[in-house]
Design a protein around this ligand. Structure first.
Ligand SMILES: CC(=O)SCCNC(=O)CCNC(=O)[C@H](O)C(C)(C)COP(=O)(O)OP(=O)(O)OC[C@H]1O[C@@H](n2cnc3c(N)ncnc32)[C@H](O)[C@@H]1OP(=O)(O)O
Ligand SMILES: CC(C)C(=O)C(=O)O
Length: 509
């Protein structure tokens, strides 16, 4: 059976999804889980784009050992230098350099002639080869490029040292048959291509990203790029969990497999969704809440008689489990630890004590603690960021249909100072945010607010995602609590804590 290599770009193209903004700790947490999932290559970021991206790629390159780490660079020396700075610690440094090849991109975006584009691409690959033993080269907007020109530039970059050639459908325009034909054409018209790994990178603008990637595999492509949950620029990228499961379930047809540990898929999907705030639609293939639910009577009858009547993927295959042990107020440390271990966490004694305390606090208000609750607790602990150091001491909200909502808040600064303020708003959440703004002492613009429940049931934990702007700085934040107002306050404080420019502005209003 053919072995298809998977290249995950959740931390680069996935992070280009509007509204997604991950910090270094969060990226590292996702990278570690991608490694556990068995990803072959992780594109950890675009090092030249910001200091924090460079740092994140560097941290990931130092930490992750079982997946290759790469970073994106334009065909400019500065980008390649930044990529080297970020990747020089990885075991086999590899870079991903790109340049657009379609007439529309060359003329309007790059303002270069086709010959200048070839020269730029070749120079970039040669420059990258001074540092990197493995160079992947991408022809941005390849699928709207003229095939003879595409073949010519691919041949030149191979001669310059590129080892992997990626043919992106940057704008999600191509159809599966046409995409397969591009690869056939290149295989027949490019000298040296037989020694090269061909790669696919598809976008989902017309809903064909997974189908196009599968067509690429059918036409000799051995590396597929994509993201978890199909995140990515605009409509997103090939959803790698869908592709891997399609190859597994239909190996009779594709005769190809990946190195993914399939039962880590659900956990990875949940982690990415929680940290990015990009909620997975219930009907999403493979990882959606309804992917294994049977609602209609005839289907339920069939499944009760024989599962395979309506179920082609078993939930266990992708790590969807139902747990029979209920954790609650009377559970002890052993049951708590054993469930966490079953969920894949390993904790030191100190961490266990801390988590057990948080768990017990939660049981004061919540009868049954589900796996989702445990994952939320663990996540809060692992990626908590407190750079600006604000902590919620207390929150009180007065609400009545015939009165103006009023919030009173005590906030602790990182120096231990307690700030107390009260303010009103059109609703309870606005009252809280107006009060927090007063406590923090600077103008804070709320640009996004989303709420979801962690599990079903009236006592489910609430998860709130917000995005705030403070001057030129922007950050997203997440808050989890049983009460939606407390979760709203925590998310806002978390976002402020992640915004680097707050302290100088203290006291501005
Ligand atoms: C298809 C993709 O997904 S590609 C990846 C897209 N991802 C991102 O853009 C996210 C990160 N980007 C950034 O942080 C910024 O865009 C930066 C730091 C890279 C560059 O910022 P700026 O220098 O301000 O340039 P800006 O983004 O406005 O414009 C891009 C410039 O790069 C040029 N460019 C675009 N692609 C390439 C390339 N592959 N090689 C060389 N130059 C390129 C453009 O022509 C433009 O040049 P110009 O200023 O001479 O007109
Ligand atoms: C940089 C390349 C691979 C890309 O993201 C695209 O073309 O969509």
């Amino acid at each position: 059976m053919r072995r298809i290599s998977l290249f995950d770009t959740t931390l680069r193209d996935g992070e280009q999804s509007p509204g997604v903004n991950l910090n270094v700790k969060e990226k590292l947490e996702i990278a570690r889980q991608l490694e556990r999932l068995g990803m072959d290559v992780i594109e950890a970021g675009f090092p030249a784009s910001s200091n924090s991206d460079l740092l994140a790629v560097q941290e990931i390159a130092k930490t992750v050992k079982n997946s290759s780490i790469t970073g994106l660079a334009r065909s400019v020396k500065g980008d390649i230098d930044a990529a080297w700075e970020a990747l020089k610690y990885s075991e086999e440094p590899r870079i991903h350099v790109f340049l657009a090849t379609s007439p529309i991109h060359m003329k309007y975006k790059l303002n270069k002639t086709p010959d200048q584009v070839i020269e730029t691409a070749v120079n970039a690959v040669k420059y990258a080869a001074k540092y990197f033993p493995v160079i992947q080269w991408s022809a941005e907007d390849a699928c709207r490029s003229e095939l003879p020109f595409l073949a010519k530039i691919v041949e030149e970059v191979i001669a310059a040292g590129a080892k992997i050639i990626n043919i992106p459908d940057t704008v999600g325009y191509i159809t599966p048959k046409e995409y397969g034909e591009i690869f056939k054409y290149l295989q027949q018209n490019v000298k040296g291509i037989e020694n090269i790994t061909l790669s696919s990178h598809c976008h989902d603008d017309l809903g064909m990203a997974v189908a196009n990637a599968l067509a690429a595999i059918e036409n000799g492509v051995n590396q597929i790029e994509g993201t978890i949950n199909g995140l990515g620029e605009r409509a997103g990228n090939t959803a790698l969990e869908e592709l891997a499961v399609a190859l597994h379930i239909r190996n009779d047809y594709y005769n190809a497999t990946t190195g993914l540990v399939l039962n880590e898929i659900k956990r990875t999907s949940d982690l990415v969704s929680n940290l990015t705030g990009m909620i997975v639609p219930a009907n999403k293939a493979v990882v959606g809440k309804n992917a294994f639910a049977h609602e209609a009577g005839i289907h339920q009858d069939g499944v009760l008689k024989e599962k395979t009547t309506y179920e082609i993927i078993s939930p266990e295959l992708v790590g969807v489990t139902t747990n029979s042990m209920v954790l609650g107020k009377h559970s002890g440390r052993h049951a708590f630890k054993s469930r966490l271990v079953e969920l894949g966490y390993s904790l030191s004694d100190e961490e266990l004590n801390k988590m057990f305390k948080a768990f017990k606090e939660l049981t004061e208000t919540k009868k049954e603690i589900t796996d989702e609750d445990l994952k939320a607790l663990m996540l809060e602990e692992k990626v908590a960021t407190n750079d600006n150091g604000y902590e919620l001491e207390s929150l009180q909200v007065q609400f009545g249909t015939a009165q103006i909502p009023t919030a009173t808040i005590s906030l602790k600064t990182k120096d231990g100072e307690i700030i107390q303020e009260a303010s009103t708003g059109a609703g309870s959440v606005e009252a809280i945010y107006n009060t927090l703004e007063r406590c923090i002492g600077t103008t804070i613009q709320l640009t996004d607010y989303r709420i979801q429940s962690n599990t079903s049931g009236r006592d489910a934990l609430a998860q709130v995602y917000v995005k705030v702007k403070i001057g030129d700085g922007e950050a997203s934040g997440r808050g989890v609590a049983q009460d939606v107002l407390e979760a709203s306050a925590k998310a806002y404080i978390n976002a402020v804590n992640r915004c680097t420019i707050v302290p100088e502005k203290l006291g501005a209003i």
